[in-house]
Design a protein around this ligand. Sequence first.
Ligand code: C2E
Ligand code: MG
Ligand code: MG
Length: 752
Amino acid sequence: MWRYVSFIVLPVFLIFYSWIRFGPTEEWAHLIGINALHMIAGLIAVYWMARARIERRNPHLRFLSFLCTGLLLHVLGNGVWLIGQVKDGRIDEPIASTILWCLAYFSYVLALITKMRSIGLNFTNKNYIFNLVVFMTTAFVMSEYYLLQPYFEILNPTLERTISTFGFLIADLLLLFFSAILYYHVRYNHGKPHHRFLVLGFLIQVSGDVMFTVLTFSSSPFLEHLVDIFWVIALLSIGWSGHLEGRHNPRQERLFRSHRTVTERDFILPYISIGLLTGFVLSTYGWYLNILSIGWLLLFFLVLGRQIFTLRSNNRLLEEVTFIAYHDQLTQLANRHQFMERLSSDLPRSYAVISLDLHRLTIVNDTMGHAIGDRVLIETANRLRLLRHDELEIYRIGGDEFALVLPYATDESLTALEDALIHQFVRPFRLRGYSIQVTIHAGSCLVEDAALHQDILPCLDTALLQAKKQGPMHCIRYDEQLHQWFSRKIQLEADLVAAIEKEEFELVYQPKVDLLTKRPIGMEVLIRWNHPVFGRISPVEFISIAEESGHIIALGRWILKTACRTTRSWHEQGYPLVVAVNISVPQFKDQHFMSMIQETLSETQLSPEHLELEITESVLQDVTDSRKMLQMLRNQGIHCAIDDFGTGFSSLSVLHQLPVHALKIDKSFVDGCPETSSGAALLPHIIAMGQTLNLTMIAEGVETEAQHLYLKSIGCHIGQGYHYARPLSVEAFSLYLKEQLPSDETPLSSAQ
Ligand code: C2E
Ligand code: MG
Ligand code: MG
């Protein structure tokens, strides 16, 4: 605003003052100077507006074109008059100038109508309508009473002059009307702030016109000077709005929408209107006041005052409520509600979102108490605020989840933000004498097209999930590769259920051999998916999808039934093998798990001691429940083995409490042996420990004869791996059995 005052208002006043004070005194020469000043101001305004029109690549070109044309016509009107003044020495304006000025007004009105159409004339706010109605009623009543009535009473105008007076009056009222709408648009609907100068320009122009009309029937040298000053400032103000439009950088436009309430400033227009009208009504009655009218006036102002007071207290309340609804009370950050609204608002074409969660908050809460947990969250919010970026928006979207939105993001700016984010959490938190290392996982997504915008939340989840897989202090960007992975995951999840009916799954069997005799004593059943589009898919990929989606329950039932049925058929052929079936955590925790096993065994006629369940160490995290289930299984005569032993968290103290019968040592321990790698060095100790606990020891991933001999030498009981056989189809496994166990030999029992 100060730039506007120092570049426009002050210079215009100074120049006019100098011209009036020091310029020529004869009317003709004085007017030429005034007119020339009009021309110069008009040309500057046209230049500003034309530059905005050329530079802008925005959708409001028609609006700018009309404004520019209006200014140009205005200048031309003055130009024609100036030429007449210089050439013919005439003082009054020629008819051509009046027509050009009329057209200029027409153009301004068209510009404003175009603008109204582009902003969609939002009349939803009732204060908005109320203010407009009050303002326009006052403007209309006053112009009729103070301009038209005296005009016709005092003057006896020609038809031509009446038409032009009426024309300008109507144009002025229209300009006022649309300018008032534009003003409220800037205030209520977050219109561009520089449009205020346009509104101001039109307001000054209309004020100049009013003074001019007053001058036609009353003379005032002061008003005469003021009219010209007003008109010149009006031209420059309209041009100035074009100048700002040209320099307007949409990047700097604050997209974040505060939830603005109505303030008393919004009532300035109607209050001024009511005040003015009251003053003029009183003046026309000759200020005749009696006790009744004074009382009425007093009441009128009291009611007005009370309205302002109520409005202010309502606003304060509303602001508080809105703040609570849109902010998180602990960190004072914007909350999930605001985040969701932000994502559905008109975000720019390119923006980025980072979603992050704290890795250790639950542990902090459990071990140090919730007060410290709260401090961790507050400190996290403070660290996020330290990420210096003008446009960055920070949200707390869940217990330990935060989100960052970066409008107008590019690949580079997002990378810089990701790095800065991770960097913020390298330093431990110092809270109440504790030094707490809080780590984060983060997933980010750079949105550059509308399609990705639709899927932003699942994309962020996918990226965050990947980051979690990679471990703390990783920020994973959702990119094309992840997109493919995600689409494939969605596809596989959708195909999973039908795949059982379509018989796309196949079970393969990998023998487990007695290390002393190398003869098969049982087999592990492993699943394969022959997908019609993606081909053969590894269980490593689709079992986790089945677990996440819950489909593992149905799939697991099918696996168990099929494996038991096949094993039973081998039994009937004279091979009493033990079948080992992998069981996922959700299956083990399913309330119908036990009954499902019993039903399957009775349906397939397989005896329980020929079934072994392989469970992972993660099942054992909940020791009490797991122990109960394992005990029930043992009571039924079913064996359980801990799969991939050594990769999880099970401690020896937990192991000896659990009724399991075997440990399957993870392949990573077998890989290095018999050379002494760190894993292989542990192997004899694990075996010795297992023997002490009276557990059957099974080694996975045996690939060489050397590994086989070494495992045998340290007392391991059973081996499984490519060295003996790869996972085989039913037919291949039958052949394998015939080879390895001629009919006079029978397999050993695995329960040792
Ligand atoms: P797991 O239960 O530890 O199975 C052993 C995995 O090691 C199998 O991979 C097997 O093919 C592989 N393997 C066996 N011997 C060797 C060897 O000498 N060298 C090497 N490099 N690998 C060997 P697969 O079939 O890809 O299965 C991977 C994992 O998927 C399994 O690990 C298990 O956790 C899961 N899985 C497989 N089938 C099922 C199933 O039917 N149900 C459930 N819940 N999970 C299954
Ligand atoms: Mg297994
Ligand atoms: Mg395993």
